[in-house]
Design a protein around this ligand. Structure first.
Ligand code: ADP
Ligand code: MG
Length: 696
């Protein structure tokens, strides 16, 4: 492996300094190893020769064998191109080049046999190929079976670096490195029947068969996930051994008085269990890092409050951070009302907190008289200093970035306990990887008396009928949400839609008051509109997704989602979670265009067929793939997976986890000769290092 890592591709035959620089800039390829690990994105079967006469409408990349009859330059200026007439004996086709005309003319000759590889397209009633790859039949022998096709950038193709060049260079690297050091212990390779590393690397670019390709992929994916799990497990072991945490040894007055005198309703069994788990963690002397998953409406806020009271009982301050101003404000209102009889000092800090209040907060945080600080990310600004922050609760964590969470840690000499609460269930394999070192608690029970929300899919022509049912709910005293999408690229149009929607609602239901909220409004205006709805003064709330997370108005029984086809699954689930919080039967109405893609229809069907957040999360992950999820979970992957796919390779994730656990159990220092490769690989592969300490 050393040779692979240390050899610069610049010295590889056919590359040289100029192309090396391009490869580095465009694809981050510097060493032999980088080149070998630039895996194909798909494969073409180069064993199959097509006939031009058999080409049809929708062909993939194909290869044909034949000769050029003519080759002429046509057009001028920007339109200049080289056109060759090519025949394979069955039919004529055109081959067109727009760039590198001079080189092409010099390189290829008439009446010589070539194998062309490209995508056939019809142009001027004739088959044509633009910039195909060209081989002589002799040079083809190196590339039989399936051949890798690579993702490339436009810059590279413009410089004449295509799949074929890359493929050739990979073959050169393989020829130059007949031995590649194995990176997995033999025991694992034998037990799981994996191909060796060199074989897998050769096969991933040029497999003799589909079976060989699958074996190579399994081996490389497993290796990637195995080392990832090793990293995660080693990190959490180290942390458990070295980082102490505050020991909250007692449950005192605050907790007990609240629990026995103020609790508004009995806790559900799941809430009790989760509080016990958290308490045990906080009393262990180790720093707690716990993820609390609970579907929307499962009562996470109360768990947060009760556990914050334990922190207070032990003489520490607590902080609750929420992703939006609306949500922080609402938490503040709920909490301060609940704890008012206990004499707990709770304050709210957001971007729009006035300077005067801000000063008071800063002062009280420092002298310790402020017990619970609720806020948005304003609470982690540098000038916010606690006297003794012991416990941090982060609500709806997927909105916060990793770096933001890490900053909270720096607020104290000793790291506070951290509870991350989320209503977006994270599929197991993803949790295992992204939050590999977190403990997980699950509230798997809703408060009693809740009826599952009925979800319906409706179209524009059903609107009147939808409004009639809304009218009935309003007449029965209930409240209604109407939500519109708002995305940046489309902001003007979306806002217009939202405003029109609001007007239509006002016209249709003139005897009820409606609120109107979107993210671009001033905080004070937003707050006013929200409070109107929360108090029941306004019966309808027309809004964008600012209300997506956390808002709690139990009297609301209808959620209308306009342009539902434009929302993702987890968003739809979140939105639906705003209703069904009281005892009344609630409805979620997905308003959609009639014409939607198959995927979109599937999404909406998942929504109408289940209310189980875990089922929805799994479906979401399968449909979207991890790239997307990476985007959504900003906190997400702090590492780069080259071949494994967390959404689709769940089984391999679990396999890798089991193997890594077993290995660490048996040989934590990798001292057996068979495991020496692991120690070597870990120290060599610095790019694999993830700063797990930044993931709270
Ligand atoms: P989420 O988990 O989505 O944050 P909330 O904490 O907002 O849920 O709780 C949803 C609603 O359920 C709130 O109105 C809350 O007061 C109520 N609730 C919480 N726990 C219970 C319980 N044990 N019994 C009855 N209602 C509860
Ligand atoms: Mg909540």
């Amino acid at each position: 492996m050393e040779k692979l890592r240390n050899s610069n591709v610049m010295y590889l035959r056919g590359i040289g300094p100029r192309r090396a620089e391009l490869l580095d800039k465009q694809l981050g390829i510097r060493s032999y190893r980088d080149l070998l690990y630039h895996f194909p994105t798909r494969y073409v079967d180069r064993s199959m020769m097509y006939r031009v006469a058999d080409f049809d409408g929708d062909m993939p990349m194909v290869q044909v064998r034949g000769r050029f009859i003519t080759m002429n330059e046509q057009g001028d200026g920007a339109k200049r191109r080289l056109v060759g007439l090519f025949t394979d004996g069955t039919q004529m086709m055109e081959v067109v080049w727009f760039r590198r005309i001079k080189q092409i003319r010099e390189a290829y000759h008439l009446d010589t046999e070539y194998v062309l590889f490209g995508k056939p397209e019809v142009f001027n009633n004739r088959w044509s190929m633009v910039h195909p790859e060209i081989d002589t039949p002799q040079s083809l022998t190196a590339a039989q079976g399936l051949r890798g096709v690579y993702s490339l950038t436009e810059k590279l193709t413009a410089q004449g670096i295509g799949t074929r060049q890359l493929f050739g260079w990979v073959q050169n690297v393989l020829a130059a490195t007949p031995v590649i050091r194995e990176t997995l212990p033999q025991s694992i390779i034998a037990r799981l029947r994996l191909p060796g590393l060199r074989e897998a690397l050769a096969d991933i670019h040029n497999p003799a068969s589909n079976e060989r390709l699958q074996a190579a992929r399994l081996r490389l994916k497993f290796e990637e996930l195995f080392y990832l799990q090793l990293d995660i497990l080693r990190y959490s072991r180290r942390r458990n051994a070295s980082i102490g945490g505050f020991r909250f040894s007692r449950v005192g007055d605050y907790f007990n008085r609240f629990y026995f005198e103020q609790l508004p309703f009995p806790l559900t069994g799941a809430q009790k269990r989760v509080i016990k788990e958290i308490r045990a963690d906080m009393g262990s002397g180790r720093q707690m890092n716990r993820l609390l998953q609970g579907d929307v409406g499962s009562g996470k806020t109360l768990v947060a409050l009760l556990t914050m009271l334990i922190a207070l009982d032990n003489g520490y301050q607590a902080c609750l951070m929420a992703p939006t101003e609306i949500l922080a404000t609402q938490h503040y209102a709920t909490l301060s009302e609940l704890v008012a009889p206990l004499g707990v000092n709770v304050r709210l800090l957001t971007g729009s907190t006035r300077k005067k209040e801000r000063d008071v907060i800063h002062e009280q945080l420092l002298d310790g008289s402020l017990h619970i600080l609720v806020g948005t990310h304003a609470v982690i600004e540098d000038n916010v200093c606690f006297r003794n922050l012991g416990f941090v609760v982060i609500d709806e964590q997927h909105r916060f970035g990793v770096a933001q969470r890490a900053r909270l840690w720096g607020k104290n000499s000793c790291v506070p306990h951290v509870l991350v609460m989320t209503a977006t269930p994270i599929p197991r394999t993803l949790a295992m990887t992204v939050y590999g070192d977190l403990s997980v608690s699950v509230i798997d029970e809703l408060p009693p008396g809740r009826k599952p929300v009925t979800t319906l899919l409706r179209y524009e022509e059903n609107r009147e009928q939808v409004y009639r049912s809304v009218g009935r709910e309003l007449a029965a005293g209930r409240q209604v949400y109407v939500v519109y999408p708002l995305i940046q690229e489309n902001e003007k149009l979306d806002l217009q839609c939202l405003e029109e929607g609001y007007e239509r609602i006002c016209e249709t239901f003139p005897s009820y008051k409606s609120s109107f909220v979107h993210g671009r409004m001033k905080p004070a205006a937003k707050e006013y509109q929200m409070s109107q709805f929360a108090s029941g003064e306004a019966r309808i709330l027309v809004a964008t997704t600012v209300i997506e997370v956390g808002v709690n108005v139990p009297n609301a029984s209808v959620m209308i989602i306009e342009n539902a086809e434009r929302f993702g699954l987890s968003q739809l689930h979140q939105l639906r979670g705003r209703v069904g919080r009281g005892a009344a039967q609630s409805f979620c109405i997905l308003m959609s265009k009639r014409k939607i893609s198959g995927d979109t229809r599937k999404r909406l069907e998942v929504m109408t067929s289940t209310t189980d957040g875990f089922v929805i999360a799994e479906a979401d992950m399968k449909m979207r793939g991890p790239g997307d999820i990476e985007g959504t979970m900003q906190s997400g992957l702090a590492f780069d997976l080259k071949i494994a796919d967390l959404a689709r390779d769940g089984q391999i994730v679990e396999l890798a986890r089991r193997e890594a656990e077993a290995l660490l159990e048996a040989d934590p220092t990798f001292s057996s000769p068979d495991n020496a490769v692991i120690a070597k690989e870990l120290s060599a592969n610095t790019s694999r290092k993830v700063d797990w300490s930044r993931i709270s």
